[in-house]
Write a protein that binds this ligand. Structure first.
Ligand code: SF4
Ligand code: SF4
Ligand code: FES
Length: 285
Protein backbone atom coordinates (compact mmCIF):
# COMPACT_ATOMS: atom_id res chain seq x y z
CA UNK A 1 0.00 0.00 0.00
CA UNK A 2 1.33 3.48 -0.87
CA UNK A 3 1.65 5.68 2.19
CA UNK A 4 0.33 9.16 1.52
CA UNK A 5 1.25 12.05 3.81
CA UNK A 6 -1.78 13.49 5.58
CA UNK A 7 -0.51 17.08 5.28
CA UNK A 8 2.34 18.86 3.52
CA UNK A 9 5.50 18.91 5.63
CA UNK A 10 5.87 22.07 7.68
CA UNK A 11 8.99 24.16 7.12
CA UNK A 12 11.72 24.19 9.74
CA UNK A 13 12.42 27.21 11.91
CA UNK A 14 15.54 27.87 13.98
CA UNK A 15 15.25 28.65 17.69
CA UNK A 16 17.91 28.89 20.38
CA UNK A 17 17.53 26.75 23.50
CA UNK A 18 20.01 27.40 26.30
CA UNK A 19 22.50 28.76 23.78
CA UNK A 20 22.15 25.90 21.26
CA UNK A 21 20.42 26.46 17.91
CA UNK A 22 17.89 23.78 17.02
CA UNK A 23 15.64 23.41 13.98
CA UNK A 24 12.01 22.49 14.71
CA UNK A 25 8.88 22.28 12.59
CA UNK A 26 6.89 25.48 12.30
CA UNK A 27 3.99 25.38 14.79
CA UNK A 28 5.85 23.14 17.26
CA UNK A 29 5.60 24.04 20.91
CA UNK A 30 8.45 25.55 22.90
CA UNK A 31 8.37 22.30 24.91
CA UNK A 32 9.04 20.23 21.78
CA UNK A 33 11.93 22.53 20.91
CA UNK A 34 13.36 22.25 24.44
CA UNK A 35 13.04 18.48 24.56
CA UNK A 36 14.50 18.27 21.04
CA UNK A 37 17.49 20.17 22.37
CA UNK A 38 17.84 17.69 25.22
CA UNK A 39 16.42 19.91 27.96
CA UNK A 40 14.21 18.01 30.38
CA UNK A 41 11.56 20.65 31.09
CA UNK A 42 9.08 19.31 33.70
CA UNK A 43 5.36 19.06 32.93
CA UNK A 44 2.30 18.03 34.91
CA UNK A 45 -0.84 19.06 33.04
CA UNK A 46 0.66 18.34 29.61
CA UNK A 47 0.28 15.05 27.73
CA UNK A 48 1.13 14.69 24.05
CA UNK A 49 -2.24 13.07 23.34
CA UNK A 50 -4.32 15.88 24.90
CA UNK A 51 -4.89 19.53 24.01
CA UNK A 52 -2.69 21.62 26.34
CA UNK A 53 -4.81 23.34 28.98
CA UNK A 54 -1.87 25.20 30.36
CA UNK A 55 -2.82 25.28 34.03
CA UNK A 56 0.01 23.87 36.15
CA UNK A 57 2.86 26.19 35.12
CA UNK A 58 5.70 23.85 36.06
CA UNK A 59 6.89 24.01 32.45
CA UNK A 60 7.67 27.73 32.46
CA UNK A 61 10.77 28.94 30.63
CA UNK A 62 12.23 32.37 30.00
CA UNK A 63 11.94 33.77 26.46
CA UNK A 64 14.04 36.73 25.39
CA UNK A 65 11.81 39.80 24.98
CA UNK A 66 8.88 38.34 26.93
CA UNK A 67 8.15 39.97 30.29
CA UNK A 68 6.19 37.05 31.83
CA UNK A 69 7.58 33.52 31.93
CA UNK A 70 6.23 31.39 29.12
CA UNK A 71 4.43 28.03 29.54
CA UNK A 72 6.51 25.83 27.22
CA UNK A 73 3.76 23.23 26.64
CA UNK A 74 1.33 25.56 24.96
CA UNK A 75 3.39 28.37 23.40
CA UNK A 76 4.30 27.84 19.73
CA UNK A 77 7.85 28.59 18.64
CA UNK A 78 8.68 31.65 16.56
CA UNK A 79 11.70 31.94 14.27
CA UNK A 80 14.77 33.15 16.15
CA UNK A 81 13.19 32.67 19.59
CA UNK A 82 15.76 32.62 22.39
CA UNK A 83 14.67 30.29 25.18
CA UNK A 84 16.28 29.72 28.56
CA UNK A 85 15.07 26.66 30.47
CA UNK A 86 17.39 27.16 33.43
CA UNK A 87 17.26 30.90 34.14
CA UNK A 88 17.10 31.74 37.84
CA UNK A 89 13.58 33.11 37.47
CA UNK A 90 12.28 30.01 35.65
CA UNK A 91 13.86 27.62 38.17
CA UNK A 92 12.56 29.65 41.11
CA UNK A 93 9.04 29.75 39.69
CA UNK A 94 8.99 26.01 38.94
CA UNK A 95 10.20 25.17 42.45
CA UNK A 96 7.56 27.40 44.00
CA UNK A 97 4.76 25.79 41.98
CA UNK A 98 5.90 22.32 43.05
CA UNK A 99 6.11 23.49 46.67
CA UNK A 100 2.64 25.02 46.59
CA UNK A 101 1.25 21.80 45.12
CA UNK A 102 3.14 19.57 47.56
CA UNK A 103 1.88 21.62 50.48
CA UNK A 104 -1.74 21.47 49.46
CA UNK A 105 -2.09 18.06 47.76
CA UNK A 106 -0.86 14.54 48.54
CA UNK A 107 1.77 13.89 45.85
CA UNK A 108 2.72 10.48 47.26
CA UNK A 109 1.73 8.56 44.11
CA UNK A 110 3.25 10.73 41.36
CA UNK A 111 5.52 8.84 38.98
CA UNK A 112 9.30 8.54 39.30
CA UNK A 113 9.91 11.14 36.61
CA UNK A 114 7.91 13.77 38.51
CA UNK A 115 9.65 12.81 41.76
CA UNK A 116 12.96 13.33 39.93
CA UNK A 117 11.89 16.78 38.71
CA UNK A 118 10.92 17.74 42.25
CA UNK A 119 14.24 16.56 43.61
CA UNK A 120 16.18 18.41 40.91
CA UNK A 121 14.24 21.57 41.71
CA UNK A 122 15.18 21.27 45.41
CA UNK A 123 11.53 21.22 46.45
CA UNK A 124 10.74 21.53 50.17
CA UNK A 125 7.38 19.75 50.26
CA UNK A 126 6.56 20.99 53.75
CA UNK A 127 7.47 24.61 53.11
CA UNK A 128 3.93 25.96 53.50
CA UNK A 129 2.83 23.39 56.09
CA UNK A 130 -0.23 21.17 56.33
CA UNK A 131 -2.46 24.20 56.86
CA UNK A 132 -2.18 24.94 53.14
CA UNK A 133 -4.43 21.93 52.50
CA UNK A 134 -7.63 23.59 51.39
CA UNK A 135 -10.33 20.93 51.69
CA UNK A 136 -10.13 17.36 53.00
CA UNK A 137 -11.88 14.88 50.73
CA UNK A 138 -13.24 11.43 51.46
CA UNK A 139 -12.02 8.83 48.99
CA UNK A 140 -14.91 8.18 46.62
CA UNK A 141 -15.41 4.40 46.38
CA UNK A 142 -18.63 3.97 44.46
CA UNK A 143 -18.09 0.86 42.35
CA UNK A 144 -15.78 -2.09 41.75
CA UNK A 145 -13.76 -0.51 38.94
CA UNK A 146 -12.02 2.62 40.14
CA UNK A 147 -11.76 5.09 42.99
CA UNK A 148 -11.41 8.88 43.12
CA UNK A 149 -9.19 10.36 45.81
CA UNK A 150 -9.31 14.11 45.31
CA UNK A 151 -6.84 14.79 48.15
CA UNK A 152 -4.32 13.81 45.46
CA UNK A 153 -5.84 15.99 42.72
CA UNK A 154 -3.79 18.88 41.34
CA UNK A 155 -6.63 20.10 39.10
CA UNK A 156 -4.58 19.49 35.97
CA UNK A 157 -7.75 19.00 33.86
CA UNK A 158 -6.32 15.93 32.11
CA UNK A 159 -9.22 13.70 33.19
CA UNK A 160 -11.73 16.31 32.07
CA UNK A 161 -10.03 16.57 28.68
CA UNK A 162 -9.88 12.79 28.26
CA UNK A 163 -13.54 12.39 29.24
CA UNK A 164 -14.44 15.24 26.89
CA UNK A 165 -13.55 16.01 23.34
CA UNK A 166 -9.93 14.86 23.41
CA UNK A 167 -10.93 11.21 23.67
CA UNK A 168 -14.17 9.89 25.10
CA UNK A 169 -16.69 12.63 24.29
CA UNK A 170 -18.78 11.59 27.28
CA UNK A 171 -18.40 14.77 29.33
CA UNK A 172 -19.21 12.96 32.58
CA UNK A 173 -16.89 15.16 34.64
CA UNK A 174 -15.94 18.83 34.80
CA UNK A 175 -14.38 21.25 37.25
CA UNK A 176 -16.97 22.63 39.65
CA UNK A 177 -16.57 25.43 42.17
CA UNK A 178 -14.07 28.25 42.21
CA UNK A 179 -10.82 29.02 43.99
CA UNK A 180 -10.07 26.75 46.95
CA UNK A 181 -13.33 24.85 46.48
CA UNK A 182 -12.69 24.00 42.82
CA UNK A 183 -12.76 20.24 42.24
CA UNK A 184 -13.49 17.60 39.64
CA UNK A 185 -17.12 16.58 39.82
CA UNK A 186 -19.86 14.69 38.07
CA UNK A 187 -23.01 16.62 37.23
CA UNK A 188 -24.56 17.81 40.53
CA UNK A 189 -21.93 15.63 42.26
CA UNK A 190 -24.02 12.48 41.72
CA UNK A 191 -22.26 9.16 42.42
CA UNK A 192 -20.37 7.82 39.44
CA UNK A 193 -22.74 4.92 38.64
CA UNK A 194 -25.58 7.45 38.33
CA UNK A 195 -23.58 9.88 36.21
CA UNK A 196 -22.96 9.87 32.47
CA UNK A 197 -19.72 7.91 33.05
CA UNK A 198 -19.29 4.88 30.78
CA UNK A 199 -16.33 3.52 32.79
CA UNK A 200 -13.82 3.67 29.98
CA UNK A 201 -11.18 4.59 32.56
CA UNK A 202 -9.50 7.02 30.20
CA UNK A 203 -9.45 9.53 33.05
CA UNK A 204 -7.43 7.03 35.10
CA UNK A 205 -5.09 6.54 32.17
CA UNK A 206 -4.09 10.22 32.09
CA UNK A 207 -4.18 11.14 35.80
CA UNK A 208 -0.62 12.06 36.86
CA UNK A 209 -1.07 11.88 40.63
CA UNK A 210 -2.93 8.67 41.43
CA UNK A 211 -6.06 10.62 42.34
CA UNK A 212 -7.82 8.18 40.02
CA UNK A 213 -6.73 4.56 40.23
CA UNK A 214 -8.23 1.13 39.59
CA UNK A 215 -10.02 -0.49 42.48
CA UNK A 216 -7.68 -3.50 42.49
CA UNK A 217 -4.63 -1.26 42.78
CA UNK A 218 -6.31 0.82 45.49
CA UNK A 219 -7.23 -2.24 47.56
CA UNK A 220 -3.76 -3.76 47.17
CA UNK A 221 -2.04 -0.50 48.15
CA UNK A 222 -4.31 -0.24 51.20
CA UNK A 223 -3.45 -3.83 52.18
CA UNK A 224 0.26 -3.27 51.57
CA UNK A 225 0.45 -5.94 48.85
CA UNK A 226 0.97 -3.68 45.80
CA UNK A 227 4.59 -4.22 44.64
CA UNK A 228 5.59 -2.79 41.29
CA UNK A 229 9.10 -4.25 41.61
CA UNK A 230 7.67 -7.76 41.21
CA UNK A 231 5.23 -6.88 38.42
CA UNK A 232 5.72 -7.74 34.75
CA UNK A 233 4.16 -5.74 31.91
CA UNK A 234 3.23 -7.60 28.73
CA UNK A 235 2.15 -5.82 25.52
CA UNK A 236 -0.71 -7.55 23.73
CA UNK A 237 -3.79 -6.81 21.62
CA UNK A 238 -7.26 -6.44 23.11
CA UNK A 239 -9.32 -9.47 22.03
CA UNK A 240 -12.76 -7.93 22.48
CA UNK A 241 -13.27 -6.27 19.07
CA UNK A 242 -11.63 -5.49 15.74
CA UNK A 243 -10.14 -2.10 16.64
CA UNK A 244 -7.04 -3.80 17.93
CA UNK A 245 -6.10 -1.55 20.85
CA UNK A 246 -2.71 -2.24 22.39
CA UNK A 247 -2.89 -3.40 25.98
CA UNK A 248 -0.13 -3.40 28.59
CA UNK A 249 -1.09 -6.11 31.03
CA UNK A 250 0.42 -5.63 34.49
CA UNK A 251 0.78 -8.93 36.35
CA UNK A 252 1.76 -9.58 39.94
CA UNK A 253 2.00 -13.08 41.40
CA UNK A 254 0.42 -14.59 38.32
CA UNK A 255 -2.66 -12.36 38.49
CA UNK A 256 -3.57 -9.36 36.36
CA UNK A 257 -3.66 -6.29 38.58
CA UNK A 258 -4.01 -3.49 36.01
CA UNK A 259 -4.35 -2.85 32.28
CA UNK A 260 -3.01 0.28 30.61
CA UNK A 261 -2.44 1.26 27.00
CA UNK A 262 0.58 2.94 25.36
CA UNK A 263 0.04 6.53 24.25
CA UNK A 264 1.92 6.01 20.95
CA UNK A 265 -0.80 3.80 19.40
CA UNK A 266 -1.76 5.54 16.15
CA UNK A 267 -5.49 4.79 16.48
CA UNK A 268 -6.23 4.95 20.20
CA UNK A 269 -3.50 7.18 21.65
CA UNK A 270 -3.61 5.10 24.81
CA UNK A 271 -7.35 5.37 25.35
CA UNK A 272 -9.47 2.26 25.88
CA UNK A 273 -13.07 1.25 26.54
CA UNK A 274 -14.46 -0.46 29.62
CA UNK A 275 -13.76 -3.92 28.18
CA UNK A 276 -10.11 -3.38 27.33
CA UNK A 277 -9.30 -1.64 30.60
CA UNK A 278 -11.38 -3.54 33.12
CA UNK A 279 -12.86 -6.76 31.69
CA UNK A 280 -9.98 -9.11 32.39
CA UNK A 281 -11.31 -10.95 35.47
CA UNK A 282 -12.45 -13.90 33.31
CA UNK A 283 -8.78 -14.75 32.78
CA UNK A 284 -8.63 -15.76 36.44
CA UNK A 285 -11.76 -17.94 36.35
S1 SF4 B 1 -14.34 6.51 33.16
FE1 SF4 B 1 -14.50 7.45 31.09
S2 SF4 B 1 -16.60 8.23 31.00
FE2 SF4 B 1 -16.15 7.86 33.18
S3 SF4 B 1 -15.44 9.82 34.00
FE3 SF4 B 1 -13.61 8.65 33.34
S4 SF4 B 1 -13.23 9.29 31.20
FE4 SF4 B 1 -15.33 9.93 31.73
S1 SF4 C 1 -8.18 13.74 39.05
FE1 SF4 C 1 -6.09 13.48 38.21
S2 SF4 C 1 -6.31 13.94 36.01
FE2 SF4 C 1 -8.12 14.77 37.04
S3 SF4 C 1 -7.65 16.92 37.46
FE3 SF4 C 1 -7.11 15.72 39.30
S4 SF4 C 1 -4.94 15.20 39.06
FE4 SF4 C 1 -5.68 15.86 37.05
S1 FES D 1 2.76 21.45 31.68
FE1 FES D 1 2.71 23.43 30.83
S2 FES D 1 1.28 24.51 32.04
FE2 FES D 1 1.25 22.47 32.82
Amino acid sequence: MIERPLAPPRPLVDVVVDGTTVAVREGSSVLEACRGAGSDVPTLCYLETLTPVNVCRVCVVEVEGSRPLVPACSRPVEPGMEISTTSERALHSRKLVFELLASSVDLGLVDQQTKGWMEQSGVDAGRFGESARAVEHQVKIQDELYIRDYDKCILCYKCVEACGEDAQNTFAIAISGRGFTAEVSTEFDVVLPESACVYCGNCIGVCPTGALIGRVEYDMRRDGTWDETTQTVTRTICPFCGVGCSLDVHVQENAIVKVTSPTDHSVTSGHLCIKGRFAWQHVHA
